[in-house]
Design a protein around this ligand. Structure first.
Ligand code: PHE
Length: 445
């Protein structure tokens, strides 16, 4: 079963849309047992590696007898074929010796009825026609070729073949399998960032991102500050000084914000408002690692907190999917291309960008996805290139650009599973049955 799990994952990564349309067809074409394949799939889902939708369909299946007829012809055809041409014909006993009594018994009556055979002198069987067409075999072969599709058999033929116990109708349950965010990002070469710490200093959440201390998002109306311990223990001292200088006086061509930056404000603990608080730490490490900067792709999927008024689409805590690419001389084209590619892989094929403002990115672009059910464009995320005011104090080389994007995990999930109220997805009113069936929504952090 672990072999089959590898088969599924390989097929997902090889397919252009990270999707196996139908496990049944997939199993047949690859020569796998469908039940075993589904077993492997279920264990992948328990690990949140894939998600799937059930597909149910009715099909015609040939019985053992039906398969024999498809291969060798109907009993009446076999009997007719065994009778030699000409007036002498063959005796019933000789025919039985050749074909076996049971086949002759079924086939002979049918042949007489349609005139394929007739009684000759001394009771011999002689051909009533020199050229017959075995339409029963034709129909069964066509049905096999059509994969048992219901519509490939007329009601009349279906009734007849069922009566002759050559076909039965079966209900086939199979799955459509999709690789989800995490899988898609791993396939695109992104490494997962360690995001298992919810409490963060204002420094990494805001200051390192060149977000001024007077910014409205840093107000208690928008952010949950932690009372105890209220202050972070430490941040890198040298780096803190450079960040302070950038805020107060600028550098790298920027004039800064020209205000008195306060260390106490930066040291305030909070529940992180975005996973970009982790991205900033990872980039700082990347700039200062032994051997110097190396190009990287990072992602995370984890929880963030905002002091929002709650409604059908907003909660105080939700999950963000965040991605970033750090490399030399990246362009806006790289950002657009990477994001389009990523969304295509999760099934959102129509994506548009709209210029926006973000304190830490320039340019910044909101991402809109077309929702085919709602027939409208909905905002699905935010993106941009991190500003030099953020990257240079970290010590990243001048030509290194970082393209990044962030989106709520819940929003595309609500679109995908047609959930109109976020409380059905997340929190104490969540339907746990659905959570089990849709592992994209993870509570195991
Ligand atoms: N941090 C932003 C948010 O919370 C998303 C984002 C990430 C925007 C990276 C630009 C770059 O909405």
């Amino acid at each position: 079963s672990s072999d089959l799990a590898a088969v599924v994952l390989q097929a997902l990564s090889a397919s252009t849309d990270s999707c196996i349309e139908d496990t049944w067809e997939f199993a047949i074409s690859g020569g796998h047992d469908h039940a075993a394949l589904v077993g492997a799939l279920m264990s992948l889902q328990a690990d949140a590696m894939t998600a799937s939708e059930v597909r149910q369909a009715s099909f015609w299946e040939l019985t053992a007898e039906g398969k024999e007829v498809a291969a060798y012809g109907s009993p009446e055809y076999q009997v007719w074929k065994a009778v030699p041409a000409g007036d002498a014909g063959i005796s019933k006993a000789d025919l039985e010796a050749q074909l076996g009594a049971p086949l002759v018994k079924i086939g002979m009556g049918a042949c007489m009825k349609v005139g394929w055979l007739k009684k000759g002198p001394q009771g011999a069987l002689v051909k009533g026609s020199d050229d017959v067409r075995d339409t029963t075999q034709d129909k069964l072969r066509a049905l096999e070729a059509a994969g048992g599709a219901l519509e490939s058999l007329s009601a009349e033929d279906a009734k007849e073949l069922k009566r002759r116990k050559m076909v039965t109708q079966i209900m086939r349950k199979s799955f459509k399998v999709r690789a989800e965010f995490r899988n898609v990002l791993m396939q695109m070469g992104f490494e997962e960032m360690p995001t298992n710490r919810w409490v963060e200093s204002s420094f990494w959440n805001f200051d390192a991102l060149f977000q001024p201390q007077s910014h409205p998002a840093r107000d208690a109306h928008d952010t949950f500050f932690v009372k105890d311990p209220a202050q972070a223990v430490s941040v890198p001292a040298d780096y803190l000084k450079v960040v302070q200088e950038m805020h107060e006086n600028g550098g790298s061509g920027s004039i800064g914000y020209r205000y008195k930056w306060k260390r106490e404000e930066a040291m305030k603990n909070l529940l992180r408002t975005h996973t970009t608080a982790i991205s900033s730490q990872m980039l700082y490490k990347l700039a200062n690692q032994e051997g110097g900067f190396q190009p990287k792709r990072y992602f995370s999927i984890d929880r963030v907190f905002r002091n929002e008024s709650m409604d059908a689409t907003h909660l105080c805590e939700f999950h963000q999917v965040e991605g970033l690419v750090a490399d030399r001389n990246l362009s806006l084209g790289d950002l657009i291309g990477t994001i389009k590619f990523f969304f295509e892989r999760i099934g959102i094929t129509q994506v548009r960008f709209k210029p926006a403002y973000n304190p830490y990115t320039e340019p910044s672009m909101e991402i809109f996805g077309y929702h085919p059910d709602l027939k409208r464009w909905t905002e699905i995320g935010n993106s941009g290139m991190f500003r030099p005011e953020m990257l240079r104090p970290m010590g990243l080389p001048e030509d290194v650009r970082v393209i990044a994007w962030g989106l709520s995990l819940e929003r595309p999930t609500m679109i995908k599973y047609r959930i109109s109220n976020i409380r059905e997805l997340f929190g104490h009113k969540a339907d746990l049955g659905r959570t089990k069936r849709a592992p994209i929504c993870r509570f195991d952090i």
